[in-house]
Design a protein around this ligand. Sequence first.
Ligand code: HEM
Length: 506
Amino acid sequence: MYSVQNLISLISESGSLQPSKIIPILIKTKYPLPPGPPPLPIVGNLHQMSRSETWKQLVKLHEQYGPILTLKLGTRTIILLQTRAAVGDLLEKKAKFYSSRPRLITAGEHFTRSLLPVLMPYNDKWKELHAIRGLVLSHRVAKAVTCIQQSASRYLAFCLLDPKAEGDQSGGVNLGDAFCMYSCTSISTILYGDDIGSMSISEARQMDLIVQKLIKSLNNHNVLLDLFPFLEKTPGLSQLLTHQATPYFTELRTFFDAKLQTALARPCWTMSRTLAEKSPRRDRGSGDHDQLIFTTGEISMAGAATTPLALGALATMATLHPAEVGILRAQLDLLVGPDRVPTFADTEDLPYLHALINEALRLKTITPLGVPHAISSSPSDGPQVYKGYHIPDDAFVTPFQWAINRDPSVFADPHSFIPQRWLDSDNDTKNPLPLPSLFGFGKRFCAGQPFAGNALATALAVLVWGFTFEALSGFEGGDDDYRFVYHLVDTLLKDMKSEVSRCAWQ
Ligand code: HEM
C-alpha cells in the first residue's frame, strides 16, 4: 500500500529531530493549520523525519503538539489523526468530504496510469467500480468461499510439513513464503478459478514482487515529484519517471491480463467473471478492458500484500506468547481433537482465537499509518475546519492507526499483550472495545476485510492446532518490533522455521 510512511521513510536518512529552526508558515488563512513542528521553506519537515520506526517519532510529536498534527513533507501537507475520535469525526462522520485520495504522481499516475481503484479520487468512476466490486467482496461471498480458504490452509500446513512438496526447485519454503502462497493461492482461486495447490512458490513470489515494486516505485528521485509536484514540468524528470514506470506498467498489465483471460475462459464461477459481466462499460474498448485488468488485479495485489504480513504478525505473537497460544491449543484439542483438521466453522466457536488475532494485530498494526485520505469538496462547501483548524484540500489526511491502537484511554495497559481484553466475563466476544484499527475508515474502508478476517482465523486455527512456534536463540523481536512491516518477515520467520514441530501431524 502507498502510504505516508513510504513517503517519510524513503526520504530522510536523519534519525533525530533538529530543534527549533523556527520559520513561520508563510501562508495566512482565517483558520490555522493544526499544530506541528515548524517547517523550513521548501523542504518543510523533511530534514526532521526519522527513517526507521517513524511511528515512535510521530508519537513524540503528538505528545508535543496534540492529537491533530501537521507535517510538511516538501510542499505536501500531512495531517495526522491520532485518536479514534478525530478519525471518526472526519473520515467517518464527514465521509462525504473525506473519502478521496491525495494526488499520487508516482505510484498512481505513472506506474499504474490511474487504473488502480485504491488510489483513485472519490469520483463517479471510483463509485461505480466500488459498487461493482461490492457484489463480489461482500460478507455473503466471503462466507461462501471459506471452503476455499479452508483447503488453502491445509495446503499451507502441507507445504510447511514438506517444503519440497509443492514442486519448488529453489530450496523449499520458509514461513514467509508459505504465508505468501496461502494468501495468493486463496485469492487466485476465488478471483481467477485457479486450483488450490497449482500455484508455485515462484508465482506467489512474483505476485508479491509486483506489489513490492510498486511500493519501491517511491525511490529517491521518483519521490521528489510527489513531494514537490511543481517539478513535474522539469525537463527530464518526468521522462525519467515514465522510462521507469512503463516496464512496470507493462509487467503488471501482462501478468494480470493473462490471469484474467484464463479466468474468463473457464466455465466455473469466478469473481473475475462477475466483475466482467457486471461492468457496464465492458466491450467498449481497450481502456475498459485495462480497467477490468486493474480492478481484478488490485484485489489480487491487496490480498498478496497484506494477509501474509498479518500472518507474520500472528506467527511472531505465537512465538512471543506461548502461554496464551497454549490456551487456544487446549481449546482446539477439546473442540477438534487430534483426528481432523480444524475447519472455518470451528473458528466461529472459538472466541479466544479471535481475541488472539485482535490483540496481535492491535499491537502489531501492519498498516501503522493507514492509507491517506483527501478532501473532495466543492468551493461552495467552504473550507474544511475541524476544532478551529483548517484541513486543506490537498492534504494527506492520515489515520495514525498504530497510535489509535495504543490509546491508553481506550486500551488499559496498552503496550501489553492481553487477549482477554477482547472477551467478556463469559469468555465471549461481546466486548465493548472498538475493534483494532487496521482496515481504514469510512467509504474507503478495506473492501476485502471479510475475506482477510476469515483467512486469518482459518489459518491460525490450523497452525496452532498442528504446529508449535518457537524462536531460535538470537531472535529478539518483541511486541514493539516492527521490522516485519518493512518486509522483513522472511528474515524473522526463517529463523523460526526449523523449530516448527509437527505434533499432530504424524
Ligand atoms: C489483514 C489484511 C488486510 C489489511 C490490514 C487491509 C487494510 C486495508 C487498508 C488500511 C485499506 C485502506 C483503507 C482506507 O483508505 O481508509 C485497504 C483498502 C483496500 N483493501 Fe484491504 N486490507 C487487508 C486485506 C485485503 C484483502 C484480502 C483484500 C481483497 C480481497 C483487500 C482489498 C482492499 C481493496 C480493494 C481496498 C481499496 C479500497 C479503495 O478503493 O479505496 N484488502 N485495505
